[in-house]
Design a protein around this ligand. Sequence first.
Ligand SMILES: *Cc1c(COP(=O)(O)O)cnc(C)c1O
Length: 380
Amino acid sequence: MQKRYIMAPGPTAAAPEVLLKMAEPIMHHRSPQFSEILTEVREDLKWLFKTQNDVFILASSGTGAMEASVVNLLSPGDSAIVVRAGKFGERWAELCETNGIKPINIDITWGEAVRVEDIEKAINDHPEAKAVFIQAHETSTGVKHPIKEIGELLKDKNICFVVDAISAIGVYDIETDKWGLDIVVSGSQKAFGLPPGLSMLSVSQKAWSFIEESKCPKYYFNLLKEKKALNKKTTAFTSAVSLIIGLGEVLKDWKKQGHEKLFKHHKILAEATRAGITAMGLEIFSKVPSESITVVKAPEGINGQDVVKILREEFGITIAGGQAQLKGKIFRISHMGHLDQWDMIVALAAVERALKKLGHDVEFGKSIAAAQAYFAAHEE
Ligand SMILES: *Cc1c(COP(=O)(O)O)cnc(C)c1O
């Protein structure tokens, strides 16, 4: 049997300890035992998100919590500012359009970050806008947006700041309360290293005042219903019990490590990988690279999809290619999930080998040497 690695930006690798915990017999979602677990998980999520606000857990992939943000905050006919700097920014605009909300799009060249001035101009030009939708980290391009600075700009304005931090929470610092983030969205299959199926979102006091006025139709993703259930230490509908138990295990481990160690872990994996990629003579695609993933420009004459294909089909390693306009032009290596320094060495070695197979001029071991040197100098 071939050994398999998953180093895609989601779903990510899960720790065996967490998988085993989720394999335990099913607990009833209304039992006092589960209620206790759920309450503790919600408290630990508040710790992770750095917020005093409630954090809700929904049974859906990340997009469910994105949709919940749109339909709970706004009403048909409203307008909202959307940062479209990649595939996931486009998703915010589509969610708005689907629900009769007019997106005011700030279109950014893929690979670049929005500037605070762009947001400032949009809110001045469109005082009617009720919300700003953005990604903390745009996973399709590997770019980080300046969330802290935008949060400071919007904090005292009557406008909700909604941040899709699905590939940022648990990877690098997101200060929900301090930066004035009204809704922060996350998902189980990225940094948490859990199977897909859970989304999470924190909701500020400012956001609740919008939620009470919202007229978008919603049944399953109704945060007022969820709030009532939360106050009774349960969820509105059947909780995704096994996934929540798995989430509890991950959070317990993370709390033991502390925020700093968790962020440092991802930073080291990202920087060592980038050192390796650069040593190989390749370029990083993202102008403001994240600690979540490394996005590599496919070298001249090489199709990025071929690199992905060789890794998957011949080496048993799953990384990701580019989406939409970036298809063939890039490949993406994740630092999220149950991965460590040795996995990054594997990824680099595999990329060297794949490029060689594709006829690219590669000197074996160069990227490994650079990554090793970085790891040795930054031992965790
Ligand atoms: C993965 C991801 C999503 C969610 O996608 P799902 O397939 O619904 O889980 C949304 N935004 C970003 C930035 C992501 O990385």
